[in-house]
Design a protein around this ligand. Structure first.
Ligand code: NAD
Length: 382
């Protein structure tokens, strides 16, 4: 069993506003040390995907999963991925392995989730068993707030890539546009929101331009095939575009029917930046932490239930389809094998325009994930 302090700490990764948390700190969380370079991966079996139809100019549907073509590299990012936040370490390898068997090819991780090594183990096992090749897998992971300084970012990206053990990262994101005091990898990894004294220590001396420049270096060195941003809104996005050598290819943001973010979606589409929507089920992920602000479950909402009944699908499938049909990628997470498989089966039906509108009408600009709940100066959405 994992100590509860660990669970609590990890869950602040993608915080929720209310109430402000004072979480216990785990003093030592040492990432496994990789002593040898990752060994070459077997490339024995190839399962080619066939892409058959399109529902937007950049999104193509496969027999099993849609893909989104990224602008700079032309890389085909699976539009249905598996989110790994709160997948317990002891289950992560098996969960990822079984998700691959269920058809998932994209895994969304982060330093902050503390399970990158175990997720990588599951992927490498699937490769060794000939279920997929490395090239068919897409690993997304994220740089934490305390590594925004150039030298820290370059160091932690290398460390994270070695945890995955897959030679390179397909998509590397900057997790949040806010900066925290650096905690060395050897002292505590992942570091979380709070310093060694249990307090949150934002710093204000690292411009995003420096961080983005380091991300671009990782493209040039080959560690990251694609780079992107997360939790970035319009004004910062426009600023990044003013100095970027490589434009961000993906912006990963919270989007669900209570927070539809149409303006941001339009802005990103205008610039050719793909969007990955996280927390597609709105409060569900936060309810299990008792951090959902007691907003009504989307699974129980009459509008979602009606649409689900009309199309003969589950409420979860309707919520994922609603995002996909807007050209967004989704990364639902489930530790339940049946739900995990169902969540992947969302590319073979369509919602009508009226159904799409009825779901979007639930918008109330309700954000679950706002770092300002941790510290007033982290008001990235203020
Ligand atoms: P989610 O919207 O995927 O919801 C997960 C919750 O829904 C869990 O409680 C799960 O038990 C439940 N669930 C899953 N499938 C279900 C089904 N078919 N029926 C009923 N209940 C179901 O929320 P999430 O995990 O917070 O977000 C998805 C992923 O997005 C994360 O795992 C992570 O990879 C990523 N993420 C990124 C950020 C960021 O800041 N970039 C923040 C949060 C999450």
């Amino acid at each position: 069993m994992r100590p509860s302090a660990t669970i609590a700490r990890r869950h602040v990764c993608s915080i929720l506003p209310r109430p402000v948390l004072h979480l216990p700190i785990r003093t030592l969380f040492s990432a496994p040390t990789i002593k040898t370079p990752p060994r070459p991966l077997p490339r024995s079996v190839s399962l080619p995907l066939s892409f058959t139809s399109t529902y937007s100019t950049t999104t193509t549907t496969t027999m099993s999963s849609p893909v989104i073509t990224l602008k700079r590299t032309g890389a085909k990012m699976p539009a249905i991925g598996f989110g790994t936040w709160k997948v317990p370490n002891e289950q992560a390898a098996d969960t990822v392995y079984n998700a691959i068997k269920a058809g998932y090819r994209l895994f969304d991780g982060a330093a902050d989730y503390g399970n990158e090594k175990e997720c990588g183990d599951g992927i490498r096992r699937a490769i060794q068993d000939g279920i997929v090749t490395r090239e068919e897998i897409w690993v997304t992971t994220k740089i934490w707030n305390s590594f925004h300084k150039r030298e820290h970012l370059l160091e932690v990206a290398k460390h994270q890539s070695s945890l995955w053990g897959l030679d390179y990262i397909d998509l590397l994101l900057v997790h949040f546009p806010c900066t925290l005091e650096h905690i060395p990898i050897a002292t505590r990894f992942p570091p979380g929101w709070h310093g060694l004294d249990g307090q949150c220590h934002p710093v204000r001396n690292i411009p995003y331009q420096e961080t983005w420049g380091a991300m671009e270096e990782l493209v040039d060195s080959g560690l990251a095939k694609n780079i992107g941003i997360s939790n970035v809104s319009g004004s910062l996005l426009n600023d990044i575009l003013s100095y970027a050598k490589y434009d961000p290819q993906v912006n990963q943001v919270e989007i669900h029917p209570y927070l539809t973010q149409e303006g941001l979606i339009e802005l990103c589409k205008y610039h050719g930046i793909a969007i990955t929507a996280y927390c597609s089920f709105g409060p569900a992920s936060w309810a299990e932490l008792n951090m959902h602000g007691h907003v009504e479950s989307l699974f129980e909402h009459q509008s979602i239930k009606s649409v689900a009944q009309e199309v003969g699908k589950t409420e979860a499938q309707v919520l994922l389809r609603w995002a996909l049909q807007q050209g967004l990628a989704v990364i639902p997470k489930s530790n339940n094998p049946i739900r995990l498989a169902q969540n992947f089966q969302v590319s073979q039906f369509e919602l009508t325009e009226a159904q799409m509108k009825a779901i979007s009408a639930l918008n109330r600009n309700y954000r679950m994930n706002d770092p300002q709940s941790i510290h007033i100066s982290l008001g990235i959405f203020s």
